[in-house]
Write a protein that binds this ligand. Structure first.
Ligand code: FAD
Length: 486
């Protein structure tokens, strides 16, 4: 098994290297990276938007600009969004309007190919966040170098329960971000004409706290999320093989799980096809003054106009290289891959003692926070067997065996929320660091690309600016000299 600071790869899933090779260096010329012509856009204030709220098939998706205004793309009308807009008639609903557009429209906030065409950007880290932002930047006309110290998707992204959801996300703004993140996966499926990595089917939850679960369902329904409490019969219909633990149940039909390594592979390949250079086996060890270049472990210097720190649980080290300390509160978690006969489970399942999801034919993933809390010494194997026993408690899988164990580290900014966007005081330095990165990766990648290329901070991402995490008193000239880091 491959070891890293943040855990072991599942042996059976460690197939990325054969696909990507090691130490690759290529920049394919792509027709998409040529002819960077700006799309026709118009600035709209909230009052102008309001004036356009009518069931008109020509209404186009709006995009918030940093001025608080909204930029409309005249070329892309969206009929579904238009119908929904018809119901919204007051200015107090402008945020709701933006939200609806952003989760239903095909083309909100596309990286603008006209604005910063040819801008050189290094994206550090090829997990789901880095792969996503690299793809969107390259698609938008930037000259992207995606730099990964190991193999794409081999970090936290390969050690994720990978449940795509906005289920217990609070407060409302953070719920909104995660719900948009969930919808972005479906949107990506439309955009790519398929998404074999996305496994819809919802999430069945059992909880001993019947009242808490009922309240959660009511709150989520009130926020427009698909949620229902279910009885024994309906739960059996959804998961016929699962033995009910005899407690309250709820179903969240829009939720899904994602085969993250497969999605990362797709995004990296698309970034490459859009002209990005992908450097694997290349740790970044320094960021030079004024974010003028990144330095690689072998001594090579890559000149850049901007850097995106998407280094996951190592984002604090990379932030240190830029002279802008990022406080992280990383949390470790144990994922156990179980080999089973057949397909005893159809969807994500949360039971009081164990969370389970399918992981391709003949495999399940088991996880539980109560086990994560006990992670410490070298007892991972024992905890894995405990998760196996818990799974056997609700599934008829006597033959199941542990086929892989992985400890991953969640990249959690100190206050628990994402750090996305430009960091203050260091022009050209951006961050894309978050827990729930599987849910949020595709959305945040696109929104960050819009910020870098178009200078626009999307309202969904606006509460999560890196500046809030920085100490008030920053080093006077944090990037005057190149800084080394690990
Ligand atoms: C146990 C567990 C369960 C989880 N469950 C869920 C879930 O159900 N749903 C959900 O949405 N999220 C979940 N998450 C969180 C989610 O997996 C992460 O938020 C997400 O994978 C982070 O992706 P990333 O791209 O930021 O980081 P990573 O995938 O870690 O990618 C960062 C990359 O940067 C590279 N790197 C680091 N430093 C350097 C450097 N100096 N130079 C070059 N490259 C560098 C690393 O090698 C790595 O490949 C879970 C996480 C864990 C650990």
């Amino acid at each position: 098994m491959k070891k890293s600071r943040h855990g072991d790869m599942y042996a059976p899933r460690n197939q990325l290297s054969s696909r990507f090779g090691t130490k690759t260096s290529s920049r394919r010329e792509s027709p998409k990276s040529e002819g960077c012509s700006p799309r026709a856009t118009f600035e709209y204030t909230p009052s102008k938007i309001k004036a356009r709220i009518k069931p008109n098939k020509n209404v186009a998706p709006p995009v918030a600009s940093s001025t608080g205004n909204v930029r409309l793309n005249s070329s892309r009308a969206n009929h579904t969004a238009s119908r929904k807009l018809a119901a919204i008639q007051t200015s107090s609903h402008i945020h709701q309007l933006l939200y609806i557009y952003n989760i239903h429209s095909r083309t909100p906030c596309q990286p603008d190919r006209g604005r910063k065409c040819g801008m050189k950007v290094a994206v550090i880290g090829a997990g789901i966040l880095g792969a996503s932002v690299a793809y969107r930047l390259a698609e938008g006309g930037a000259r992207v170098t995606l730099v990964e110290r190991g193999e794409p998707g081999g970090g936290a992204s390969a050690a994720s329960f990978a449940w795509v959801n906005a289920n217990e996300k609070k407060p409302r703004a953070y719920f909104g971000l995660n719900y948009a993140g969930l919808r972005e996966h479906y949107r990506l499926r439309e955009e790519f004409g398929g998404a074999p990595w996305l496994h819809p089917g919802g999430n069945l939850v059992w909880s001993a706290d019947a009242r808490g679960l009922r309240e959660r369902v009511e709150r989520l329904r009130g926020w427009g999320y698909a949620a229902e409490t279910v009885g024994e019969e309906r739960a059996r219909e959804l998961e016929p093989e699962v033995r009910s633990p005899g407690v309250a149940a709820a179903y969240f039909p829009e939720e899904a799980w994602v085969d993250v390594p497969r999605l990362v592979r797709e995004l990296v390949e698309r970034a490459r096809a859009a002209g990005a250079e992908v450097r694997t086996g290349s740790p970044v060890v320094g960021i030079e003054a004024e974010v003028s270049a990144v330095r690689l472990a072998g001594g090579e210097r890559v000149a850049v106009d901007a850097v995106v720190n998407a280094a996951g649980p190592d984002a604090d080290r990379v932030a240190g290289m830029a002279g802008s300390p990022l406080p992280l509160a990383p949390r470790r978690g144990l994922l156990v891959r179980l080999e089973v006969r057949g397909a005893p489970l159809r969807r994500v399942l949360h039971a009081p003692e164990v969370n389970l999801r399918p992981d391709g034919a003949g495999y399940l993933i088991a996880h539980h926070e109560s086990v994560d809390r006990r992670l410490g010494g070298k007892d991972e194997r024992r905890l894995a067997v405990e998760l196996l026993e818990r799974a056997r408690g609700i599934l008829p899988v006597p033959e199941a065996r542990v086929s892989g164990v992985r400890v991953g580290t969640r990249p959690v900014p100190a206050d628990g929320y994402p750090s996305v966007g430009a960091a203050p005081g260091i022009p050209g330095y951006y961050e894309a660091v978050t827990h729930s990165g599987v849910t949020l990766g595709p959305l945040l990648g696109r929104l960050l690309a819009c910020e870098i290329l178009g200078g626009e901070v999307h309202p969904l991402a606006a509460p999560y600016r890196p500046g809030r995490l920085r100490e008030q008193r920053m080093t006077e000239h944090p990037i005057r000299n190149a800084k080394e880091g690990g």
